[in-house]
Ligand binder design. Structure first.
Ligand SMILES: [Zn+2]
Length: 659
């Protein structure tokens, strides 16, 4: 019967989804899941009378005109917090005075995300709201439904309310920011802002595209088969009901156990794929909690330990200007080296001249630098000092430090630019980019060789690499016969690299590796690029108008066309690569770790892409295979944890039919 069939698919999908998003234990591939989902979607379209509220198709909703305010049934209190272990001991002392020694505590990582409250009636998710001021929040039920870690239906017909934290994994945050940059949108400052911005979308289909998840940390059980007597039991119970709980939660017997937990996670937190800013410590027993009660703003039975911030002050010794391949000028702070979050830092980003002005940074200042786990260190402020006023104001440099030409403003960009096409710094940066891993991947030719080749006048632009002879390399200091021929061969061999690498290497503004791969999917030959019109370019999913315009202009510039012709004349062959492109690995994602014997990791990545597969730099539940070479890193452990299939180099070669 059709109703039974729909029910069966729905239950299967919910089971797969639960295993994937809540238990981190995928049972089937994304591909199989998507097919089953499409089948359900099709059947529900034909028989709408059998659609139920817990169907996975109900996760994507429509567009709302705004968010309504809702009063929380149970107030969401704040937490008192401290950076100090002594204060934790004092807090615990007050509690032991009432209940005697050995009051059990529960330690949880404090997730740096967005607090929300979810209401379930008869086992169904009926309402979800932001914390707001703790008394009144905003209803965002439809957007929360798109988050797969939130069950639409519990494993029991219970009435419960849970609180949890919505967060965006750091890897997803970085990816989203990269995409935002490419499409000309403003990047989010941190994963929490990205999660908040994603949740407060009026169009829930946008929320659905963002990789959000939730950890549940407060269960309020109104009507259910069990009535937990402690926080720990409550947490165990919500897991049974189908909620996702942070796996690092721990029950300890006293405050020393809690302090040990805090110390342990102060360093280990950087290995996590989500941001945490401290530890929440709760009295375990509910009867003790009730007796302790609340102050006007916070429970007396819980407190938060905050991790020390990843900031430190040091002296700004100077400001250097870095010139990128696009000519963009980036001021870099030169600092008295200092230890920050486990590494010695001697340089930090100052972004642009506006930032220097905004912070009023002067050379000789004491400055505060900060390292967020996912970002390079940056200067965040000047530390107040008496000397500051007596130091000279920073004078914005008007000329390029390399060629001396005036720096220019570019519409829509905050940086200043050296627009001199013959600027040595820009040319060298372009040449370095050409041989980089991301572009043509010619690793035997490093920056110092490039600098020497440039200074000798042998290479001014990328095309000159391909005109070099072995004798030319021997003109460089310290270069012997063997390395000269290695460099020569590596350059010649690069002529048969895939077109996407060539497009990347051209340094077209805002066209990086990912964009180039997107483009070559649509335009498989260089000829196609020359013929592409603006409309077709901007219609490609993932290519914004700005990028489309840059590409169009690049391929309609006479000088560039002449140069491309020259590359072709030198024997560059791209079409052949494209002809071999197949789709055997379509839908499969690979992660590479360790050293391979017969090829570099990048070459392996190219082979995967040639067969329609994808590569990723981090292991997740979505990874299909991890290819492990010699001395693999932590990615291998993660793959084992997640049960991802691990291939040796030989097994990989077999898979792609090369042995
Ligand atoms: Zn210059």
């Amino acid at each position: 019967m059709i109703e039974n069939k729909i029910k069966q698919i729905r239950e299967d999908l919910n089971k797969y989804s639960y295993n994937y998003y809540v238990l981190d234990n995928p049972l089937i591939s994304d591909f199989e899941y998507d097919n089953l989902y499409k089948e359900l979607e099709e059947l529900e379209k034909q028989y709408p009378e059998f659609v139920t509220p817990d169907s996975p198709t109900q996760r994507v909703g429509g567009i709302s005109s705004g968010f309504e305010e809702v009063k929380h049934k149970y107030r969401l209190y704040s937490l008192d917090n401290t950076y100090n272990y002594e204060e934790l001991r004092k807090w615990y002392e007050k509690i032991t005075k009432e209940f005697g020694n050995n009051v059990e505590l529960v330690c949880e990582l404090k997730i740096d995300g967005l607090a929300i409250a979810l209401t379930y009636k008869n086992g169904y998710f009926v309402k979800g709201a932001t914390r707001g001021n703790g008394i009144v929040g905003e209803e965002i039920t439809q957007n929360l439904k798109t988050i797969r870690a939130i069950p639409l239906k519990l494993f029991e017909n219970a009435d419960v309310e849970v609180r949890g934290e919505i967060y965006m994994p750091k890897t997803s945050f970085e990816k989203l920011n990269e995409e935002n940059l490419l499409s000309g949108e403003k990047p989010f400052a941190n994963p929490r802002n990205a999660a908040a911005g994603s949740l407060r979308q009026l169009d829930s289909s946008i929320t659905a595209k963002r990789d959000l998840s939730m950890f549940t940390y407060t269960p309020i059980i109104e009507r259910a088969s069990k009535q937990p007597k402690s926080h720990w039991e409550g947490i165990e119970y919500v897991k049974e009901l189908g909620f996702k709980v942070n796996p690092n939660i721990r029950l300890v017997k006293d405050i020393e156990g809690a302090i040990e937990y805090c110390k342990e996670w102060e360093n280990k937190r950087f290995d996590l794929d989500y941001a945490t800013d401290g530890v929440v410590i709760k009295v375990n027993r509910f009867d003790y909690q009730n007796e302790l009660g609340y102050t006007s703003r916070a429970p007396k039975w819980a407190t938060a330990f905050k991790f020390p911030p990843e900031e430190i002050s040091t002296t700004l010794e100077g400001i250097e200007l870095g010139i990128g391949k696009t000519g963009a000028v980036t001021p870099v702070a030169i600092l008295t080296p200092v230890n920050l979050a486990g590494s010695v830092v001697g340089r930090a980003s100052l972004h642009n001249f506006d930032e220097i002005k905004r912070l009023d940074v002067r050379i000789g200042d004491r400055v505060l630098i900060k390292k967020a786990a996912e970002i390079i260190p940056k200067v965040i402020k000047v530390v107040d000092s008496e000397e500051h006023e007596s130091l000279p104001l920073y004078q914005v440099q008007k000329e390029c430090p390399s060629c001396g030409e005036d720096l220019k403003e570019v519409e829509g960009e905050v940086n200043l630019y050296c627009l001199n096409p013959l600027c040595p710094a820009v040319l060298k940066a372009k040449l370095e980019y050409w041989v980089s891993k991301e572009a043509m991947d010619i690793d035997s030719v490093g920056p110092s060789v490039i600098s020497k080749l440039y200074d000798l006048g042998l290479v001014k632009q990328a095309i000159d690499f391909y005109k070099l002879t072995i004798e030319d390399f021997l003109k460089l200091d310290l270069v012997k016969e063997k390395s000269a021929s290695n460099m020569y061969n590596a350059i010649q061999e690069s002529k048969s690299k895939p077109l996407s690498r060539f497009i990347t290497a051209l340094s077209i503004r805002h066209v990086g590796k990912e964009t180039a791969e997107l483009l070559t999917g649509e335009f498989p030959t260089l000829e196609d690029f020359k013929n592409a019109d603006l409309e077709r370019l901007s219609n490609i999913d993932g290519i914004g108008d700005k990028i489309a315009k840059n590409i169009y202009e690049f391929f309609h510039n006479e000088h560039n066309l002449f140069m491309l012709k020259e590359f072709e004349n030198l024997g560059f062959k791209f079409e052949n690569n494209i002809a071999q492109r197949t789709n055997e690995l379509e839908g499969k994602t690979f992660v590479l770790t360790g050293t391979l014997q017969s090829m570099t990791r990048d070459e392996a990545g190219d082979k995967i892409k040639m067969k329609g597969g994808k590569t990723s730099s981090s292991v997740s539940k979505k990874t299909s295979f991890v290819i492990a070479g010699e001395n693999p890193g932590s990615k291998l452990d993660k793959a084992k944890d997640l049960g991802v299939i691990i291939l040796s180099e030989e097994e990989f070669l077999k898979l792609i039919g090369e042995v």
